[in-house]
Design a binder for this molecule. Structure first.
Ligand code: PGA
Length: 253
């Protein structure tokens, strides 16, 4: 069920770059793509304005993903971006429920609908972000938060068949803070994710998943996650904005 054969390194550009800088970074990564080894999948998540033009400069070595999607089908939803549009620009992955979206945009309420929309209407792979706050961690609630977030996220798509997903464990206190999770704690979370998913999807053929870690991963610390059983990749924010650091991580993970 947990296919770890190929790892994935995801660059989440958030809203850190404007349109022009996003294109410059995409071209820089592409111009160095001969240096990128094929052993791992490489995925870039530009912002919504840049994603269409970034899709035109990428080559087959680099995959494209979006940072979010509307839970709705095409219609009168001002300001939203549809799954249909993302399919048309060959988006392979969609991030859902990033903690910044949960915190600033009330995303908690829509995650189950977004996952359901992606599963039902596309072959795009969702990347579901989960993770606890510092307060929840201090109160020993990490594993119950993980369980709760997974149950809610899949509450509308328990009966899916043959779908793929990436679960990104990103402790909120680790994102952009320079602090990373302890490997023992990460392993406990991985076990919990596996346990909860096998409970939700009793027929295991229904869901093939990979688990990635995110939160202050950089060139200096990424090796720590390399041989952790069950970790199939990294979700990188800040350090993905530097093409040469990002490529080094991609090639050496
Ligand atoms: P960070 O962000 O690597 O800058 O901590 C990770 C993320 O939020 O996806």
């Amino acid at each position: 069920m947990n296919n770890v054969s190929q790892k994935i390194i995801i660059g989440n550009w958030k809203m850190s770059l404007d349109y022009k800088k996003s294109l410059i970074l995409a071209k820089k990564i592409i111009s160095n793509s001969s240096k990128i080894s094929k052993k791992n999948e490489v995925l870039l998540l530009p912002d919504f304005l840049s994603i269409g033009d970034v899709s035109k400069v990428l080559n087959k070595k680099i995959l494209l993903g979006s940072q979010d999607v509307s839970p709705f089908s095409l219609g009168a939803y001002t300001g939203e971006v549809s799954l249909e549009s993302l399919k048309q620009i060959s988006c392979s992955y969609i991030l859902v429920g990033h903690s910044e979206r949960r915190q600033f945009f009330n995303d908690d309420l829509m995650i189950a609908d977004k996952i359901n929309n992606i599963f039902k209407n596309s072959s795009i792979t969702p990347i579901l972000c989960i993770g606890e706050t510092l307060e929840q961690k201090k109160n020993g609630l990490t594993l119950s938060v993980i369980e709760d977030q997974l149950k809610k996220a899949f509450s509308k798509s328990k009966n899916i068949s043959s779908k793929k997903i990436i679960i990104a464990y990103e402790p909120i206190w680790a994102i952009g803070s320079g602090r990373i999770v302890l490997i023992d704690d990460l392993q406990a979370v991985i076990k919990q994710i596996e346990k909860v998913l096998s409970k939700i999807f009793k027929n295991k053929k229904n869901l093939e998943y990979k688990i990635v870690y995110g939160g202050s991963v950089n060139l200096k610390n990424f090796q720590q996650f390399k041989n952790v059983p069950g970790v199939s990749g990294l979700l990188i924010g800040g350090a993905s904005l530097n093409a040469s650091d990002f490529i080094k991580i991609v090639n050496n993970f």
